[in-house]
Design a protein around this ligand. Structure first.
Ligand code: B12
Length: 476
């Protein structure tokens, strides 16, 4: 069977919202996970429209499309095209789960929730000539899942080919998060068996890793064992976690010791009433300043995540947030406009209050305001969001935030990392066009590792070992 798996892009290249460097970061590991369930004699390919052109002239037997909210319209157009051409079309992913009826009109079969349990059942039914119309995930586990088909990922097209996800979901339930709709009807937080995680990591070439888990520190026992297992591997890695997990003693130190160099932290808002409103209770009463200090004292850079447009936000929120982030010396910031994804408690509330403005999913991209804010106008919210980005990433701000660091090495690393991410777009575009993005990985590793003198060396098998081990060897 000839199977084509597609990750459509949110907008076709050429749109002002298409940012090549952002979309050349992470490969489609969800699809590569599903590909592992196909038979050895199936002919399978993965096409990621963020980094390559989609050829629509071929004739696969089956087309599998991963649908995000922002790529829904594009996904449906591709699905309709292949159905007309006679292919069997399977649609799944976050948006299909929250809007099944809408997706079903463009598919032969739709899948709700994660695919590890439903996809193999469907394949079995399909091969027997009896596929269902809808499969709903209920049994959530990552035990015994086949190894992700990394051989299908075109590594040379990504800055972070070593992306991985070792858990699913999150133990918290914030009103705005996609998690509530996606994991309905089963566990909403679970982890991969540790042995298989460590084996997967061992197989990945180079030093840099990026854990795309929603909250890598969510299960302290699992995280602690993972960090113990990664000790001595010589990795430099990035991940995401909550403010409260950063403040908890012990785990962060272990993470740093095995290579954590930059953490995406969900601050979201500095307003306690907003936090309570959104049920982001885990952040209430957390000392944000102390969290940043703890990270910086360990040499870990911070990517702060902030959401604008919650009910208690007024015109002052943009300036206050940027000023705080710069004072703290936060290296990179990701700003979002609050977006009520269908299926979330936030969406239900806004809908009931008659505040949803439209259902054009193309604009549910956290850059546009799609609801009526309480204390801001739509225009103020969108303009304030854009201003926050401009203010945070202007040269003066980057230099100011870098100046908060104690040493020249740290200042330089801050400067290189923050400016590299936002200030050299035309250079990134040229590198991406020349298909040279992976040539930038050593530079990324250098910047990430720059603040620390590496206390590790490489042994004959290419495995990293600590200086203490080397000394022991020489003494022997
Ligand atoms: C990496 C990432 C990206 C990468 C690329 C995506 C990629 N390579 O897959 C980049 C940087 C390009 C990106 C961009 C954006 N992203 Co993004 N991204 C993520 C992130 C952090 C991880 C995705 C991932 O790898 N998950 C792990 C894998 C294992 O899970 P999975 O991909 O969901 O796949 C599983 C299931 O969905 C299911 N499945 C999926 N497809 C199918 C198909 C079939 C047939 C079946 C059976 C099953 C199935 O099975 C898979 C295995 O269980 C998620 C957060 C998250 N935790 O998912 C946000 C997330 C998906 N992104 C989001 C958003 C909003 C965006 C942007 C709009 C941001 C922006 N302003 O630009 C854009 C839009 C991209 C688009 N195409 O429309 C939202 C999506 C909300 C929604 N309801 O759709 C998320 C959930 C973040 C969030 N918390 O809000 N993103």
């Amino acid at each position: 069977m000839k199977v084509k798996m597609i990750l459509p892009a949110l907008a076709e290249a050429g749109s002002p919202f298409f940012r090549p460097i952002k979309y050349s970061l992470f490969p489609p590991i969800g699809l590569a996970t599903l590909a592992a369930y196909l038979n050895a004699d199936d002919e399978v390919s993965i096409v990621d429209e963020h980094v390559e052109k989609l050829d629509l002239s071929d004739r696969p037997d089956m087309v599998v499309i991963q649908v995000y909210i922002t790529s829904a319209h594009r996904s449906y157009r591709i699905a309709d095209h292949y159905r007309r051409a006679g292919a069997y079309v399977a649609l799944g992913g976050l948006h299909v789960t929250s809007e099944p009826a809408e997706a079903a009109a463009h598919a032969d079969t739709i899948f709700l929730g994660p695919g590890e349990d439903t996809w193999p059942v469907f394949l079995h039914d399909y091969r027997k000539g009896n596929p269902g119309k809808l499969y709903r995930s209920m049994n959530r586990t990552l035990a015994g899942v086949p190894s992700i088909r990394r051989d299908l990922i075109k590594r040379h097209l990504y800055l972070v080919p070593n992306s991985l996800v070792v858990s699913r979901g999150c133990p918290h339930s914030c009103d705005f998060c996609y998690k509530e709709s996606f994991y309905r009807g089963g566990h909403s937080y679970y982890t991969q068996p540790l042995d298989s995680v460590l084996t997967d990591i061992e197989r990945l070439p180079g030093r840099h890793l990026y854990f795309l888990d929603d909250h890598l520190f969510a299960n302290p026992k699992f995280a602690s064992e993972l960090f113990d297992g990664m000790r001595g591997m010589g990795r430099l890695w990035q991940a995401a976690a909550t403010v409260s997990s950063v403040l908890a003693p012990g785990l962060l130190e272990k993470a740093e010791a095995c290579g954590l160099r930059s953490l995406f932290v969900g601050f979201e808002t500095m307003n306690a009433s907003n936090l309570r409103d959104q049920h982001k209770i885990q952040n209430v009463d957390c000392d944000y300043d102390r969290a940043v200090r703890r990270l910086h004292n360990l040499g870990i850079m911070v990517n702060g995540s902030f959401v604008f447009g919650m009910d208690d936000d007024d015109e002052s929120v943009f300036g206050r947030t940027v000023a705080w982030a710069l004072e703290q010396g936060i290296e990179t910031a990701t700003f979002h406009i609050l977006t009520p994804y269908p299926g979330t408690p936030l969406y239900a509330r806004m809908k009931q209050q008659g505040r949803i403005l439209h259902h054009n999913w193309d604009f549910y991209d956290t850059r546009h305001c799609v609801f009526r804010p309480m204390r801001l106008s739509m225009g103020q919210l969108e303009a304030g969001y854009r201003r926050a980005y401009a203010d945070f990433y202007r040269w003066k701000s980057i230099l100011r935030a870098a100046a908060t660091k104690d040493t020249w090495t740290e200042r330089l690393r801050h400067l290189a990392y923050a400016s590299g991410w936002k200030k050299f777009e035309p250079i990134w575009d040229a590198i991406i066009r020349a298909r040279r993005i992976t040539h930038m990985i050593p530079l990324l590793e250098y910047i990430l590792g720059g603040c620390k003198s590496s206390s590790e060396g490489v042994n004959s098998k290419g495995r990293m070992m600590r200086i203490d081990d080397l000394r022991l060897r020489i003494d022997d």
